[in-house]
Design a protein around this ligand. Structure first.
Ligand code: 1HE
Length: 268
Protein backbone atom coordinates (compact mmCIF):
# COMPACT_ATOMS: atom_id res chain seq x y z
CA UNK A 1 0.00 0.00 0.00
CA UNK A 2 1.16 3.57 -0.77
CA UNK A 3 3.28 4.78 2.18
CA UNK A 4 1.73 8.26 2.08
CA UNK A 5 -1.69 6.74 2.57
CA UNK A 6 -0.60 4.76 5.65
CA UNK A 7 1.50 7.57 7.15
CA UNK A 8 1.43 7.51 10.92
CA UNK A 9 -0.66 4.34 11.13
CA UNK A 10 0.82 1.29 12.85
CA UNK A 11 3.09 -0.34 10.28
CA UNK A 12 3.61 -3.68 11.98
CA UNK A 13 0.32 -5.29 11.01
CA UNK A 14 -0.11 -8.90 9.84
CA UNK A 15 -0.91 -9.60 6.19
CA UNK A 16 -4.50 -10.28 7.22
CA UNK A 17 -5.03 -6.57 7.98
CA UNK A 18 -4.54 -3.56 5.72
CA UNK A 19 -4.68 0.01 6.99
CA UNK A 20 -5.05 3.22 5.08
CA UNK A 21 -5.36 6.85 6.14
CA UNK A 22 -7.96 9.05 4.43
CA UNK A 23 -7.55 12.48 5.98
CA UNK A 24 -8.51 12.10 9.62
CA UNK A 25 -10.15 8.73 9.06
CA UNK A 26 -8.29 5.43 9.30
CA UNK A 27 -9.69 2.61 7.20
CA UNK A 28 -8.87 -0.88 8.42
CA UNK A 29 -9.62 -3.84 6.19
CA UNK A 30 -9.83 -7.48 7.23
CA UNK A 31 -7.75 -8.90 4.38
CA UNK A 32 -7.89 -12.66 4.54
CA UNK A 33 -10.59 -13.30 1.96
CA UNK A 34 -9.20 -16.74 1.09
CA UNK A 35 -10.31 -17.79 4.61
CA UNK A 36 -13.40 -15.54 4.59
CA UNK A 37 -11.67 -13.18 7.04
CA UNK A 38 -11.67 -15.84 9.76
CA UNK A 39 -10.02 -14.38 12.82
CA UNK A 40 -6.81 -16.19 13.75
CA UNK A 41 -4.53 -15.12 16.61
CA UNK A 42 -2.33 -13.06 14.25
CA UNK A 43 -5.33 -11.02 13.12
CA UNK A 44 -6.68 -10.54 16.63
CA UNK A 45 -3.30 -9.36 17.92
CA UNK A 46 -2.97 -7.17 14.83
CA UNK A 47 -6.29 -5.52 15.73
CA UNK A 48 -4.87 -4.85 19.17
CA UNK A 49 -1.72 -3.25 17.73
CA UNK A 50 -3.75 -1.13 15.35
CA UNK A 51 -6.17 0.24 17.94
CA UNK A 52 -3.53 0.66 20.63
CA UNK A 53 -1.09 2.52 18.39
CA UNK A 54 -3.61 4.68 16.57
CA UNK A 55 -2.03 8.13 16.19
CA UNK A 56 -3.77 11.15 17.70
CA UNK A 57 -4.52 12.74 14.31
CA UNK A 58 -7.02 9.92 13.58
CA UNK A 59 -10.55 10.90 14.63
CA UNK A 60 -12.51 7.80 13.60
CA UNK A 61 -11.93 4.34 12.17
CA UNK A 62 -13.88 2.50 9.47
CA UNK A 63 -13.54 -1.29 9.64
CA UNK A 64 -14.54 -3.42 6.69
CA UNK A 65 -13.75 -6.76 5.09
CA UNK A 66 -12.23 -7.84 1.78
CA UNK A 67 -13.97 -10.41 -0.41
CA UNK A 68 -17.53 -11.64 -0.19
CA UNK A 69 -17.84 -11.72 3.60
CA UNK A 70 -17.11 -9.41 6.52
CA UNK A 71 -15.91 -12.29 8.70
CA UNK A 72 -16.51 -16.01 9.21
CA UNK A 73 -15.63 -15.62 12.90
CA UNK A 74 -13.03 -17.50 14.85
CA UNK A 75 -10.50 -19.43 12.77
CA UNK A 76 -11.74 -22.89 13.68
CA UNK A 77 -8.34 -24.43 12.91
CA UNK A 78 -7.12 -22.89 16.12
CA UNK A 79 -9.67 -24.62 18.32
CA UNK A 80 -8.87 -28.25 17.83
CA UNK A 81 -5.71 -28.65 19.93
CA UNK A 82 -6.37 -26.23 22.80
CA UNK A 83 -6.61 -27.40 26.40
CA UNK A 84 -8.84 -25.71 28.98
CA UNK A 85 -6.27 -23.20 30.23
CA UNK A 86 -5.24 -22.23 26.70
CA UNK A 87 -8.88 -21.76 25.76
CA UNK A 88 -9.39 -19.40 28.70
CA UNK A 89 -6.30 -17.41 27.66
CA UNK A 90 -7.56 -17.24 24.08
CA UNK A 91 -10.98 -15.96 25.09
CA UNK A 92 -9.45 -13.42 27.46
CA UNK A 93 -7.22 -12.17 24.63
CA UNK A 94 -10.29 -11.50 22.52
CA UNK A 95 -11.93 -9.73 25.46
CA UNK A 96 -8.91 -7.46 25.91
CA UNK A 97 -8.63 -6.65 22.21
CA UNK A 98 -12.34 -6.00 21.66
CA UNK A 99 -12.46 -3.80 24.78
CA UNK A 100 -9.66 -1.82 23.14
CA UNK A 101 -12.03 -1.26 20.22
CA UNK A 102 -15.19 -0.47 22.19
CA UNK A 103 -13.46 1.62 24.85
CA UNK A 104 -10.58 2.85 22.73
CA UNK A 105 -9.50 6.25 21.49
CA UNK A 106 -12.00 6.97 18.74
CA UNK A 107 -15.37 5.78 17.42
CA UNK A 108 -15.30 2.80 15.06
CA UNK A 109 -17.77 2.30 12.22
CA UNK A 110 -18.03 -1.22 10.83
CA UNK A 111 -19.18 -1.84 7.28
CA UNK A 112 -20.77 -5.26 7.00
CA UNK A 113 -21.52 -7.52 4.07
CA UNK A 114 -21.93 -11.24 3.52
CA UNK A 115 -21.35 -13.44 6.56
CA UNK A 116 -21.07 -11.66 9.89
CA UNK A 117 -21.01 -14.77 12.00
CA UNK A 118 -19.67 -16.01 15.32
CA UNK A 119 -16.63 -13.98 16.28
CA UNK A 120 -17.32 -11.74 13.26
CA UNK A 121 -20.57 -10.66 14.90
CA UNK A 122 -18.78 -10.29 18.23
CA UNK A 123 -16.29 -7.98 16.50
CA UNK A 124 -19.02 -5.98 14.79
CA UNK A 125 -20.82 -5.52 18.11
CA UNK A 126 -17.65 -4.06 19.64
CA UNK A 127 -17.87 -1.23 17.09
CA UNK A 128 -19.99 1.85 17.68
CA UNK A 129 -21.85 2.23 14.39
CA UNK A 130 -22.72 -0.60 12.02
CA UNK A 131 -23.55 -0.12 8.35
CA UNK A 132 -24.85 -3.24 6.61
CA UNK A 133 -25.01 -3.87 2.89
CA UNK A 134 -28.02 -5.88 1.74
CA UNK A 135 -25.90 -9.03 1.34
CA UNK A 136 -25.23 -9.14 5.08
CA UNK A 137 -26.43 -11.99 7.25
CA UNK A 138 -25.81 -12.61 10.91
CA UNK A 139 -25.40 -15.89 12.74
CA UNK A 140 -24.00 -17.44 15.89
CA UNK A 141 -23.08 -20.97 14.77
CA UNK A 142 -21.25 -21.63 18.03
CA UNK A 143 -24.30 -23.44 19.39
CA UNK A 144 -24.39 -25.92 16.53
CA UNK A 145 -20.58 -26.34 16.55
CA UNK A 146 -20.63 -27.50 20.18
CA UNK A 147 -18.94 -24.38 21.51
CA UNK A 148 -19.93 -21.00 22.97
CA UNK A 149 -19.19 -17.39 22.17
CA UNK A 150 -15.84 -16.37 23.60
CA UNK A 151 -15.12 -12.90 22.28
CA UNK A 152 -17.43 -10.96 24.59
CA UNK A 153 -20.52 -11.85 22.57
CA UNK A 154 -22.59 -12.85 25.58
CA UNK A 155 -21.82 -9.48 27.15
CA UNK A 156 -22.34 -7.26 24.09
CA UNK A 157 -24.88 -8.95 21.82
CA UNK A 158 -27.70 -9.10 24.42
CA UNK A 159 -27.22 -5.35 24.87
CA UNK A 160 -27.94 -4.95 21.17
CA UNK A 161 -30.71 -7.49 20.50
CA UNK A 162 -31.66 -8.84 23.95
CA UNK A 163 -30.87 -12.14 25.68
CA UNK A 164 -33.92 -13.87 24.26
CA UNK A 165 -33.02 -13.28 20.59
CA UNK A 166 -29.40 -14.20 21.14
CA UNK A 167 -30.42 -17.36 22.97
CA UNK A 168 -32.69 -18.39 20.14
CA UNK A 169 -30.00 -17.65 17.53
CA UNK A 170 -27.53 -19.87 19.37
CA UNK A 171 -29.97 -22.67 20.13
CA UNK A 172 -31.33 -23.03 16.61
CA UNK A 173 -28.43 -21.75 14.50
CA UNK A 174 -30.87 -19.44 12.65
CA UNK A 175 -29.52 -16.47 10.73
CA UNK A 176 -30.94 -12.98 10.37
CA UNK A 177 -30.79 -11.31 6.98
CA UNK A 178 -29.75 -7.70 6.46
CA UNK A 179 -33.30 -6.29 6.61
CA UNK A 180 -34.19 -8.32 9.70
CA UNK A 181 -30.88 -7.39 11.32
CA UNK A 182 -31.57 -3.74 10.66
CA UNK A 183 -35.04 -4.08 12.17
CA UNK A 184 -33.70 -5.57 15.42
CA UNK A 185 -30.79 -3.18 15.75
CA UNK A 186 -27.88 -5.29 14.54
CA UNK A 187 -27.11 -2.53 12.07
CA UNK A 188 -27.86 1.17 12.26
CA UNK A 189 -27.91 1.61 8.48
CA UNK A 190 -28.94 -0.63 5.62
CA UNK A 191 -27.38 0.21 2.25
CA UNK A 192 -27.11 -1.16 -1.25
CA UNK A 193 -24.31 -3.60 -2.18
CA UNK A 194 -21.01 -1.87 -2.85
CA UNK A 195 -22.01 1.38 -1.12
CA UNK A 196 -21.21 0.48 2.48
CA UNK A 197 -17.67 1.83 2.58
CA UNK A 198 -18.77 5.17 1.16
CA UNK A 199 -21.54 5.39 3.76
CA UNK A 200 -19.11 4.37 6.50
CA UNK A 201 -16.68 7.09 5.45
CA UNK A 202 -19.43 9.72 5.34
CA UNK A 203 -20.49 8.81 8.87
CA UNK A 204 -16.87 8.78 10.04
CA UNK A 205 -16.39 12.29 8.69
CA UNK A 206 -19.46 13.50 10.57
CA UNK A 207 -18.24 11.86 13.75
CA UNK A 208 -14.77 13.36 13.25
CA UNK A 209 -16.33 16.85 13.29
CA UNK A 210 -17.61 16.36 16.86
CA UNK A 211 -15.35 17.61 19.60
CA UNK A 212 -12.93 15.01 20.92
CA UNK A 213 -14.37 15.44 24.40
CA UNK A 214 -17.93 14.78 23.25
CA UNK A 215 -16.88 11.66 21.37
CA UNK A 216 -15.00 10.51 24.45
CA UNK A 217 -18.07 11.10 26.64
CA UNK A 218 -20.37 9.27 24.22
CA UNK A 219 -18.06 6.26 23.91
CA UNK A 220 -16.94 5.96 27.51
CA UNK A 221 -19.50 7.62 29.75
CA UNK A 222 -22.79 6.76 28.01
CA UNK A 223 -22.50 2.94 28.21
CA UNK A 224 -21.25 3.13 31.81
CA UNK A 225 -24.12 5.41 32.80
CA UNK A 226 -26.63 3.14 31.09
CA UNK A 227 -25.36 0.21 33.13
CA UNK A 228 -25.21 1.96 36.48
CA UNK A 229 -27.96 2.52 39.03
CA UNK A 230 -30.09 5.63 38.48
CA UNK A 231 -28.56 7.73 41.24
CA UNK A 232 -24.99 7.06 40.05
CA UNK A 233 -26.14 7.58 36.47
CA UNK A 234 -27.62 11.01 37.20
CA UNK A 235 -24.52 12.07 39.08
CA UNK A 236 -22.14 10.90 36.36
CA UNK A 237 -24.31 12.48 33.68
CA UNK A 238 -24.25 15.87 35.44
CA UNK A 239 -20.49 15.72 35.79
CA UNK A 240 -19.93 14.68 32.18
CA UNK A 241 -22.40 17.27 30.87
CA UNK A 242 -20.63 19.99 32.84
CA UNK A 243 -17.23 18.82 31.66
CA UNK A 244 -18.20 18.89 27.98
CA UNK A 245 -19.97 22.28 28.29
CA UNK A 246 -16.92 23.88 29.85
CA UNK A 247 -14.76 23.28 26.76
CA UNK A 248 -13.90 26.31 24.59
CA UNK A 249 -14.97 24.51 21.44
CA UNK A 250 -18.40 23.71 22.91
CA UNK A 251 -18.87 27.33 23.92
CA UNK A 252 -17.88 28.53 20.45
CA UNK A 253 -20.31 26.10 18.80
CA UNK A 254 -23.23 27.14 21.01
CA UNK A 255 -22.49 30.81 20.40
CA UNK A 256 -22.31 30.23 16.66
CA UNK A 257 -25.78 28.68 16.72
CA UNK A 258 -27.24 31.52 18.75
CA UNK A 259 -25.77 33.97 16.26
CA UNK A 260 -27.39 32.07 13.39
CA UNK A 261 -24.03 30.85 12.09
CA UNK A 262 -24.36 27.14 12.79
CA UNK A 263 -26.51 24.60 10.91
CA UNK A 264 -30.03 23.84 12.10
CA UNK A 265 -31.13 20.30 12.88
CA UNK A 266 -33.06 19.34 9.76
CA UNK A 267 -34.33 15.93 8.63
CA UNK A 268 -31.64 13.99 6.67
C1 1HE B 1 -12.53 -21.04 7.64
C2 1HE B 1 -13.56 -20.45 8.39
C3 1HE B 1 -13.41 -20.41 9.80
C4 1HE B 1 -14.11 -20.34 6.31
N1 1HE B 1 -12.30 -20.96 10.32
N2 1HE B 1 -11.46 -21.55 8.22
N3 1HE B 1 -17.50 -19.73 12.13
C5 1HE B 1 -18.26 -20.56 11.42
O1 1HE B 1 -18.71 -21.59 11.87
C6 1HE B 1 -18.44 -20.16 9.98
C7 1HE B 1 -17.64 -21.11 9.10
N4 1HE B 1 -17.60 -20.68 7.71
C8 1HE B 1 -18.65 -20.83 6.86
O2 1HE B 1 -19.75 -21.21 7.21
C9 1HE B 1 -18.39 -20.49 5.43
O3 1HE B 1 -16.98 -20.53 5.21
C10 1HE B 1 -18.90 -19.10 4.97
C11 1HE B 1 -20.43 -19.14 4.91
C12 1HE B 1 -18.45 -18.00 5.91
C13 1HE B 1 -18.34 -18.78 3.57
O4 1HE B 1 -18.67 -19.82 2.69
P1 1HE B 1 -17.87 -19.95 1.29
O5 1HE B 1 -18.52 -21.04 0.53
O6 1HE B 1 -17.77 -18.61 0.67
O7 1HE B 1 -16.36 -20.35 1.68
P2 1HE B 1 -15.78 -21.78 2.16
O8 1HE B 1 -15.50 -22.62 0.95
O9 1HE B 1 -16.62 -22.37 3.22
O10 1HE B 1 -14.43 -21.34 2.85
C14 1HE B 1 -13.30 -20.90 2.13
C15 1HE B 1 -12.09 -21.26 2.95
O11 1HE B 1 -12.14 -20.55 4.18
C16 1HE B 1 -12.05 -22.74 3.32
O12 1HE B 1 -10.70 -23.09 3.44
P3 1HE B 1 -9.96 -23.89 2.23
O13 1HE B 1 -8.55 -24.04 2.70
O14 1HE B 1 -10.73 -25.17 2.07
O15 1HE B 1 -10.09 -23.00 1.01
C17 1HE B 1 -12.66 -22.74 4.70
O16 1HE B 1 -12.26 -23.86 5.48
C18 1HE B 1 -12.10 -21.47 5.26
N5 1HE B 1 -12.91 -20.96 6.36
N6 1HE B 1 -14.53 -20.03 7.54
C19 1HE B 1 -11.37 -21.50 9.53
N7 1HE B 1 -14.33 -19.85 10.59
C20 1HE B 1 -13.96 -16.15 20.20
S1 1HE B 1 -15.08 -17.38 20.01
C21 1HE B 1 -15.84 -17.18 18.48
C22 1HE B 1 -16.41 -18.48 18.06
C23 1HE B 1 -16.77 -18.49 16.61
O17 1HE B 1 -16.55 -17.56 15.88
S2 1HE B 1 -17.51 -19.93 16.07
C24 1HE B 1 -18.04 -19.55 14.47
C25 1HE B 1 -17.04 -19.98 13.46
Amino acid sequence: MDVARTQGLPGNLPASLAAELRGEIAVLRLSRPQKRNALDDGTVFGLETFFQELPSNVKAVVLHGEGDHFSAGLDLNELTERDFAEAVDHSRNWHRVFEQIEFGKVPVISVLHGAVVGGGLELACATHVRVAERSTYYGLPEGTRGIFVGGGGSVRIPRVIGVSRMMEMMLTGRTYGAEEGFAIGLSHYLVEPGTGLQKGLELAEKIARNTRLTNFAIMHALPRIAESDRASGYLTESLVASLTQSGDEAKARLKAFLEGKAPKVLRD
